[in-house]
Every structure is written in structure tokens, then in C-alpha cells.
Design a binder for this molecule. Structure first.
Ligand code: COA
Length: 259
């Protein structure tokens, strides 16, 4: 579908969603957030897509929610904004196909939150991360207070949230917020190579890993282990499992079909 604030393309089974509002450093207006929801739905629904890259046009990944919209919000519209954004970001996290945030520049506020809703974050060397909402008298409303401590631990999360400190790519890597740091020129190629590596594996197994990790975080350890065991059992009914094991024993590359 056509997008006003996004570029969307598919090549070699990788869908690339590029936030394209560079004059405002890709700030997330309501219209842009709705398009982000439509774009991940399109990628998930397309059988020709095996993985997704999310990136930004220009010098920012996403410099946060659009402050010009936030400035006029009331308690009820703010509640609705937060709930809608959380639901749309959740679609990235729940995607059965791996989603990599290729963080090319500023990932602030909602930009950092959306990057955290992706499965992995590859940072360009000039990327900057932060949750500066308290400077505006608000808190992150798109999942930042929950996903940041899960990724970097409570102490580091509170440091970033309470100081509004903006950190560079090297520090983001050091604390576990970024999976990898690469030169900006190599960002998309690196994300593409990682997705290709994932897409060469059994797609049902990849999907089960995502689901077990993401949904398991909301469960007790006992329930999450039972959930993992159920996935382990179901996967043993698949043609892909037989193919993966036979290919190993035959010393050849597997040919997965997703069945
Ligand atoms: N919402 C709306 N507009 C934004 C924006 C945001 N979150 N972030 C940047 N912009 C706009 C600026 O208003 C400016 O627009 P203009 O040219 O029409 O005046 C344009 O993007 C370029 O930003 P500018 O501030 O001039 O760039 P800079 O290099 O001097 O600073 C930042 C870059 C990221 C440090 C700065 O833009 C910033 O602090 N942005 C807000 C970050 C934030 O608080 N995000 C959380 C929001 S909840």
C-alpha cells in the first residue's frame, strides 16, 4: 500500500521499512505511527517476506514522538495515544518474522522504544539512544519503562530514564541495548546479512523462538518452561524438523519449507 511517511520495499525476502520524515528527524506523528502499524502488518502478511528491517531516512532513526502533537494533549487523549502506540509497537515485537532495527542516528523517546520493540538493534557508529521524556515532564509511554529494564537491567534503565542522558552507540552496546555497532555505511548490509542467516534456519523454529522468548517474559518461570516444552513438542511434528536432522546426518544444507 502507498505510505506518506514511510518507504517500503521488499528485496530478497527482506522487507525494509524506512521512516521518511527527515525534516522533523522522523518524529512520530499520529499519522506516522498508524502507517508503522500498517507496514508491519503488510510485511507479516506477505508470504514473500521472511524478515524485516526498520530504519530511518536522513540523520535520525526516530527522534521521538512528535512534540508538537504532545503539547496539546489532555489526560484522555494522552492515555489513548499511549495505548495505541503500545499496541502498534507490540506488533513489531510479536511479529513471527525477525525484525531488526537498523539504528542510523537519533533513537530518542519513542524512537528508542520502537527500537526496543524490535527483536535486535544494530547501531550505526553515529547512533544515539535515550529516553529524555522527563525533560518534557512526561514518562515514556510506548513501553520504555518496561522494555528498557528488561534489556539493560533496572539500575541502568533508571539511570537513563531519570537523568534523560543520551548515550552513544558504543555505550548502548556496552550495556546491552545494541546488539552490534557497525559503520553507518554498513548498517543495512549487516542487518540484511543477519536476517539472511536467520532466514536460512527453519522458519517455524525461528517463530517459536521469538514467541517463547517474548511471551515467556510475561509468565512465571514454571509457566514459561512449560510453554517452551510445548513448542519443542509441536516442532517435532514438522517436516522441517525431519529435514533439519536428515540434512545434518547427510552432511548437506537443509531445505526448509516452513511445514
Ligand atoms: N518532535 C517534533 N519535532 C522534532 C522532534 C520531535 N521529537 N525532534 C526533532 N524535531 C524537529 C525540530 O523541531 C526541527 O524542526 P524545525 O526545523 O521545523 O525547527 C527539526 O526536527 C530538526 O531538529 P533540531 O532540533 O533543529 O536538530 P538538532 O540537531 O539541533 O537536535 C535533537 C537534534 C534530536 C537533539 C533535538 O531535535 C531534540 O532534542 N529533539 C527532541 C528529542 C526528544 O525529546 N524526544 C522525545 C520526545 S517524547
Amino acid at each position: 500500500m502507498p505510505y506518506e511517511f514511510l518507504l517500503y520495499s521488499v528485496a530478497d525476502r527482506v522487507a525494509t521499512i524506512t521512516v521518511n520524515r527527515p525534516d522533523k528527524l522522523n518524529a512520530l506523528s499520529t499519522a506516522l505511527i498508524l502507517e508503522l502499524g500498517a507496514a508491519i502488518d503488510e510485511a507479516v502478511a506477505d508470504d514473500g517476506v521472511g524478515g524485516v528491517i526498520l530504519t530511518g531516512a536522513g540523520r535520525a532513526f526516530i527522534a521521538g514522538a512528535d512534540i508538537s502533537e504532545l503539547a496539546g494533549q489532555t489526560p484522555m487523549t494522552a492515555l489513548a495515544r499511549s495505548t495505541r502506540g503500545q499496541e502498534i509497537f507490540g506488533r513489531y515485537e510479536r511479529s513471527p518474522k525477525p525484525v531488526i532495527a537498523a539504528v542510523n542516528g537519533f533513537a530518542l523517546g519513542g524512537g528508542c522504544e520502537l527500537a526496543m520493540a524490535c527483536h535486535l538493534r544494530i547501531a550505526g557508529e553515529f547512533a544515539k539512544f535515550g529516553q529524555p521524556e522527563v525533560k518534557l515532564g512526561i514518562l515514556p509511554g510506548y513501553g520504555g519503562t518496561q522494555r528498557l529494564p528488561r534489556l539493560v537491567g533496572t539500575g541502568r534503565a533508571l539511570q537513563l530514564l531519570l537523568t534523560a542522558e543520551i548515550i552513544d552507540a558504543a555505550e548502548a552496546y556496552r550495556i546491552g541495548l545494541a546488539n552490534k555497532v557497525v559503520p553507518n555505511a554498513d548498517l543495512i548490509a549487516t542487518a540484511t546479512t543477519m536476517l539472511q542467516q536467520m532466514m536460512a534456519n527453519g522458519p517455524l523454529a525461528v517463530r517459536s523462538c521469538i514467541e517463547a522468548v517474548i511471551r515467556g517474559q510475561d509468565m512465571s518461570l514454571g509457566d514459561a518452561l512449560a510453554f517452551e516444552a510445548a513448542h519443542f513438542g509441536v516442532l517435532s511434528s514438522t517436516t522441517d524438523m525431519k529435514e533439519g536432522m536428515m540434512a545434518f546426518l547427510d552432511k548437506r544444507a537443509p531445505e526448509f519449507t516452513g511445514a
